[in-house]
Design a protein around this ligand. Structure first.
Ligand SMILES: C[S@@+](CC[C@H](N)C(=O)[O-])C[C@H]1O[C@@H](n2cnc3c(N)ncnc32)[C@H](O)[C@@H]1O
Length: 319
């Protein structure tokens, strides 16, 4: 149990991960903690930014191929399970179409943010009242093993929005292996990868001129102040983004503008001037790298679906 300066006990995964992340070298925090109530709203603003091409690209794919996707699923009943569903903006293109086509399915969105999941369920109950929906709050890494208990019929798993880009290559490989183990023969996986492209286009998506991405990333410091009794002076940190066109790694950092001490959870964390916290990886891939993932994890590639600009791919794999 971690004691805080005000002697209240904070024993959450967030508190434990923050403490070990800020005490490691280099300092790092998981991007999954961006998504508190404020972070969810800021991410919705990011999705609306013209620079954030990922949303339009994947929306375009779903609009163009919704019937094609349904044809691949076939006409047996199925569970549509989404890992990290967020506000479901793009998924609703598929949900609406599947309902119009009288597909027999239930939608099971999983998200670590209870807040966004609740809003999604309310929105779906209001706007798609015929949809059978059951939101599952939690970390999708931990929920993989429960999938077979939760779903006894054919599974169609969505892992979209380039969520997989937040994992390192090694983590992604391990995650896909685990996913494969927890699927049954014939189950489908639709997974979104952001493709390597002009570095300028990529950098702008994570470094917009209005500063929305900066606010989204800096909200992590506000969140630690709110929930962990920390005393970050948020103005003393800046958002910094890099893209490496060889490795495909797009990285977000929060950089301390000066030498300073931060207090949180009864600990003092020291920052040297210009020391950074690694807060997010958004890995970009080539198509051959994606196909290797499928090959090395035992999936069969059924179809690649691209947007008109070839910025993004939703690829459909089968166990
Ligand atoms: C980048 S947003 C994308 C949302 C949606 N997939 C889309 O494409 O619009 C990532 C979402 O995944 C959720 N998330 C991130 N890490 C997660 C984890 N480990 N387990 C469950 N949900 C997670 C976040 O709360 C957030 O809603």
């Amino acid at each position: 149990m971690i004691q805080t300066r005000k002697h209240c006990k904070i024993d959450t995964p967030f508190a434990k991960d923050v403490l070990s992340g800020l005490q490691s070298m280099p300092k790092r925090l998981s991007s999954k903690y961006f998504y508190d109530e404020k972070g969810d709203k800021l991410f919705q603003s990011i999705m609306e930014m013209p620079e954030y091409y990922l949303t339009d690209a994947e929306y375009d794919i779903f609009e163009s191929y919704r019937q094609h996707i349904l044809n691949l699923i076939g006409d047996q009943p199925f569970d549509l399970i989404e890992l990290g569903a967020g506000d479901g903006y793009k998924t609703k293109v598929l949900l609406r179409h599947f309902l119009v086509q009288d597909a027999d399915f239930k939608y099971l969105p999983i998200d670590i943010s209870k807040n966004v999941l609740l809003e999604l369920e309310q929105d779906l109950n209001e706007n798609l009242p015929r949809l059978k929906v059951e939101g599952l709050p939690g970390d999708y890494f931990e929920m993989l093993e429960q999938l077979n208990n939760k779903s006894k019929i054919r599974k169609v798993i969505l892992f979209i929005g380039a969520n997989i880009g937040n994992l390192t290559r090694a983590e992604a490989l391990h995650f896909l292996q685990k996913l494969h183990q927890n699927m049954s023969k014939g189950d489908l996986l639709l997974i979104g990868f952001d493709l390597k492209k002009d570095p300028e286009i990529i950098l702008k998506a994570y470094n917009d001129s209005a500063g929305i991405t900066a606010a989204f990333n800096l909200n992590l410091l506000h969140r630690m102040n709110r929930e962990l009794n920390a005393d970050f002076d948020v103005k003393a940190f800046k958002h910094w983004e890099t893209y490496n066109p060889i490795s495909g790694e797009t990285k977000s950092y929060l950089v301390s503008k000066k030498k300073q001490n931060i207090h949180l959870l009864d600990e003092t964390i020291h920052f040297e001037a210009w020391e950074a916290i690694d807060v997010e990886l958004s890995q970009k891939y080539s198509l051959s790298e994606i196909e290797n993932f499928a090959k090395n994890t035992g999936f069969q590639v059924i179809k690649h679906l691209f947007d008109q600009q070839y910025y993004f791919v939703d690829t459909i794999w089968q166990k």
